[in-house]
Ligand binder design. Structure first.
Ligand SMILES: [Zn+2]
Length: 315
């Protein structure tokens, strides 16, 4: 039903999945740079199409709204929300005999800026397992959000500048929404604003925020992209928002004052929960540690890693 050739390909539909190199036909699960390219023809959800066009220019695209099956080649394709960022989708492919679910990047905890994930049953599950290590059991989301808001509010109230490093698509809008909803003044890096405008055009309310023009802006929260230079001013307090914050050394590695464990990827418990929910006959794991495959096998699943050179064959 699929094979691996430097990436996932659905054999019966002649469709490359989440390739970052140009393809004749490709499915894009979400509009992060490592999941897309200027394809000749792309299939994706309407919101991902809007973000794809914003980032890479207008391209020929077939839109696959959530939960609406489309016959493509010899497959029936259906997208489901992945809970990772606006438009992010899991892909269910059915050939009449068996079904395959590709999760792409996903998380199961709620989001302020995208639909919650839905997990249909499938015979074969291909799961993105970045945090497939028991060390990455993240704290409950409400605690993490509270920590972010409390710390940022403290900095802003003291006329400091809270600088929050966040990916331009997804995390930046999530952080903006959480802070504006808490009444904190927010300015966004100019690279983030066009993507936020797409979110708003898709009906996501981010609250009131402005565009950062490069000054120190005391008394504000600045949402910036991760490589933005330090302001080098008194009162600057720097934040990173990432699941890797679970590592005690994260804030030193990321060179920030506070690392907040706000993740847009499933943590270890959510990965197991996803596998239980999909109830597949076979599980293939991408991106994560091989030890996660071992944990799944110990739990009775037929699991194996995907993406190693020896797996270039039809499954
Ligand atoms: Zn992603």
């Amino acid at each position: 039903m699929f094979f691996w050739d430097d990436g996932l390909r659905l054999a019966r539909a002649d469709l490359a999945v989440d390739f970052s190199r140009r393809q004749p036909r490709a499915f894009i699960s979400h509009a992060h740079a490592d999941h897309m390219a200027r394809h000749e023809y792309a299939l994706c959800t309407p919101a991902t199409a809007a973000l794809y066009h914003c980032r890479l220019g207008l391209r020929p695209t077939l839109e696959l709204p959530y939960r609406r099956p489309v016959d493509w080649g010899n497959l029936r394709l259906t997208t489901f929300p992945a809970g990772h960022c606006l438009g992010s989708a899991m892909l269910l492919a059915e050939d009449g005999e068996q079904s395959l679910l590709y999760t792409g990047d996903f998380k199961l905890s709620p989001s302020a800026t995208c639909e919650p994930a839905e997990l249909p049953h499938a015979d074969i599950l291909i799961i993105e397992s970045t945090f497939g290590n028991p060390a990455y059991r993240l704290p409950p989301r409400n605690e993490v959000v509270e920590e972010l808001i409390d710390r940022v509010r403290g900095v802003v109230a003291a006329e400091g500048v809270a600088v929050i490093e966040a990916y331009a698509l997804g995390k930046a809008q999530e952080v903006t929404r959480l802070l504006t909803a808490a009444g904190i003044p927010v300015l966004q890096h100019p690279a983030i604003v066009p993507i936020s405008r797409v979110y708003e055009a898709c009906g996501v309310d981010l609250g009131e925020y402005g565009c950062w023009t490069g000054g120190a802006e005391a008394g504000n929260a600045l949402v910036v992209t991760p490589r933005t230079r330090r302001l080098e001013c008194a009162g600057e307090v720097r934040f990173a928002v990432t699941g890797w914050a679970k590592d005690a050394s994260a804030k030193y590695r990321l060179r920030v004052d506070h690392a907040i464990a706000l993740s847009d990827h499933a943590d270890y418990e959510q990965l197991f929960e996803a596998v239980r929910s999909v109830a597949p006959r076979k599980v293939y794991c991408t991106h994560g540690p091989e030890s996660f495959v071992d944990r799944l096998c110990e739990a009775g699943y037929d699991a194996r890693p995907l993406g190693r050179p020896f797996q270039r064959r039809l499954f």
